[in-house]
Ligand binder design. Structure first.
Ligand code: FAD
Length: 369
């Protein structure tokens, strides 16, 4: 069977579904395909944070205001497409756990121009009052503009909207071959189920598989494995925020909570393991010494992030192949950046709008492409 669509999106994670949403909002016809299913890659992370002041330094992230507005807008649109509360404006508490985090977190607000109401510094006394059982060396950065999200449920809700917008999502298939018809300026894409699609534009949003893609493997990106552990507390958790020192503790509903995550730049398998669990347990015990004792381990999870040299995502057209775009490199900020960059990429595809250089494919040395 042969058919035609405006855009084929390969990969149904945060990247693929976000750009598909923006494209369908503009009336573009879209086919989304995934080798496995929605959120089968890193986007299957059990519970994730939208934290605009993340990582070791608590630096305010790139274009934080626009990124936050875009993802919060999408969360609001998706919430009526799920029967349960799958996100919460929880805030993230960033306790100082040693001299280095104290220095970085306490200076974050003077180093960065936070929008008003986004964050404040809690001194020792204020923090002890805020959460008495939390271990720290002298206060915490309280990031109020931060969210805790059940990503799988968010992706399902996003997929519902995209489908209502007219897009088709096919799972369990991959591209068998792709060839470019120079005369008609169109890609002829043959899928593993035998179907053939003609489309002038193809977006690759295949997460860590992009490193193996013959058309995109030249990019200077790397894989970073991350593990998480899920627990169930034997009593209700009486605080609703997330906590992120080095690693994060988060929970949404009920008694289940997670601890994340490892950052493994070298690894020899993709599964969660005992060393990862040990690392995570040490993290949570250092800040909340009794939480794990009052909980049972439910499961472990691992995923592969895509890191880039400037730690910012990569979106834009292929430097040499006409009609091919990429959306990758979301690193550990998939939620924060996905919605905004999906909008920027869709606007580039549809209207040729310029992509900021620091997130564009144009910043990469394309000699090897
Ligand atoms: C442990 C851990 C904790 C994290 N915590 C957070 C957090 O708190 N906050 C946050 O914002 N981010 C977090 N992240 C990062 C976030 O998960 C990623 O940035 C994001 O999921 C990447 O999305 P993606 O769509 O680019 O890739 P992926 O989610 O990996 O999606 C790629 C998709 O492409 C499909 N695919 C692959 N190859 C093919 C092919 N050949 N054909 C068709 N389909 C294919 C896969 O099946 C997959 O569904 C975390 C990541 C990890 C690992």
């Amino acid at each position: 069977v042969e058919s035609t669509v405006d855009v084929v999106v390969v990969g149904a994670g945060l990247a693929g579904l976000s750009v598909a949403k923006s494209l369908t909002d503009k009336g573009v016809s879209v086919l989304i395909v995934d080798k496995y299913g929605l959120g089968a890659g890193a986007s299957g992370v059990p519970i994730a944070l939208i934290n605009p002041a993340a990582a070791k330094q608590a630096n305010l992230s790139w274009n934080a205001k626009a990124s936050m507005a875009a993802i919060v807008g999408l969360l609001d649109q998706t919430k009526s497409h799920s029967s349960r509360e799958f996100f919460r404006k929880s805030g993230v508490l960033r306790p100082s756990v040693d001299a280095a985090t104290l220095e970085a977190f306490s200076s974050s607000m003077s180093r960065h121009n936070y929008p008003s109401g986004w964050a404040k510094w809690l001194n020792r006394e204020e923090l002890n009052q805020f959460q008495p059982d939390l271990q720290h060396v002298g206060g915490a950065l309280w990031v109020q503009e931060a969210y805790t999200v059940d990503v799988s449920e968010y992706l399902s809700a996003l997929a519902s909207i995209i489908t209502l917008n007219g897009a088709e999502i096919r799972t369990g298939i991959v591209i068998s071959s792709m060839s470019y018809d120079q005369i008609q300026d169109i890609w002829i894409v043959v899928f593993s189920d035998g179907s053939i699609i003609r489309s002038s534009k193809v977006i690759k949003s295949t997460g860590s598989s992009i490193l193996d893609d013959p058309d995109w493997g030249w990019m200077p990106v790397h894989r970073i494995k991350g593990q998480m552990a899920l627990y169930r507390s034997n009593h209700d958790i009486d605080w609703s925020h997330a906590i992120a020192a080095r690693g994060y503790v988060a929970h949404l509903n009920g008694r289940d909570w997670v601890i994340g995550s490892t950052f493994e730049h070298t690894f020899d398998h993709l599964e969660p393991d005992a060393a990862g669990l040990q690392y995570l347990e040490n993290k949570v015990d250092a800040i909340l010494p009794t939480l794990r004792q009052e909980s049972a381990l439910l499961s472990q999870w691992a995923g592969i992030r895509v890191g880039t040299p400037n730690r910012l995502p990569i979106i834009g057209p292929h430097p040499k192949l006409k009609g091919q775009w990429v959306f990758t490199g979301l690193g550990s900020k998939g939620l924060l950046y996905s919605a905004y960059l999906g909008q920027l990429l869709a606007a580039n595809l549809v209207s040729g709008d310029k992509i900021p250089m620091e997130v564009s494919t144009q910043r990469l040395n394309s000699d090897r492409a």
